[in-house]
Design a protein around this ligand. Structure first.
Ligand code: E4P
Length: 225
């Protein structure tokens, strides 16, 4: 499972990249709005930091297919290769996906709440379909189960589209999808960090250090004992 950061805050992105094996960054219009800066200034800063090989996902906001196509052209012209254009999984979006697929764009079908949306987006040529786990839960359905169903639909129909699970509220949800083998998850920095934050782990490491310093002296380690 690819692990992607769902945030546009460059300092947070740098911090998570320093410690974790991260495959890219996703954004959406609401995430970009938090920066209160020109979207392309923010996105170019992210692209410069993550490099050309990492995935960067950027959403189009037009309501009509022609507008989405125009946005996709500018997005990729500004941000280069390995930039995935996020297109909402609605009829105008499906039309845009088919046009853009024909032109060779990389596409992420977003705003996915149902398996059927994901299935149609996959047939339109999307590389990823992004079900919103937490938002589906908040509608009274099971977001994790929806993501698993979409994964199975892709496999059972020979579709090469991957699930890019989004909208997580905790690390356990992420782990469950990782166990299921879905293609990718995009997660807020605090949820990624929550995966390995654990008092038992910290206590075990502290005990090892205490025992070692008891043997060799305070501040000693394997390079200076
Ligand atoms: C991904 O495509 C979505 O934009 C994003 O993950 C939504 O997350 P939220 O429900 O936490 O806003």
């Amino acid at each position: 499972m690819k692990l992607i950061i769902d945030d546009a805050h460059i300092d947070l992105i740098k911090r998570v990249y320093e410690y974790y094996p991260i495959d890219g960054v996703t954004t959406n219009p609401s995430i970009l709005a938090k920066s209160d800066r020109n979207p392309y200034d923010v996105l170019k800063e992210i692209r410069a930091f993550i490099g050309d090989e990492a995935e960067l996902h950027v959403q189009a906001v037009s309501k009509d297919a022609n507008g989405m196509v125009g946005e996709a052209e500018r997005i990729v012209a500004e941000l280069g290769k390995n930039t995935y254009v996020k297109i909402p999984s609605v009829p105008e979006g499906f039309k845009a996906m088919r046009i853009l697929k024909e032109k060779g764009f990389l596409l992420t079908a977003t705003a996915v709440y149902t398996p059927m949306q994901a299935f149609v987006a996959a047939k339109c040529g999307a590389s990823y379909a992004a079900p919103y786990i937490n938002r589906i839960d908040n509608m009274g359905y099971n977001g994790i189960q929806v993501a698993k169903n979409i994964h199975d639909i892709f496999k059972n129909n020979g579709l090469h589209t991957q699930v890019l699970a989004a909208s997580f509220k905790n690390s356990q949800q992420l782990l469950e999808l990782c166990e299921y083998g879905i293609g990718a998850s995009t997660v807020a920095p605090d949820v990624i960090e929550g995966l390995v934050k654990n008092e038992a782990i910290t206590a075990a490491i502290d005990d090892f250090v205490k025992d070692f310093e008891g043997l060799t002296g305070e501040g000693k380690n394997m390079s200076n004992c």
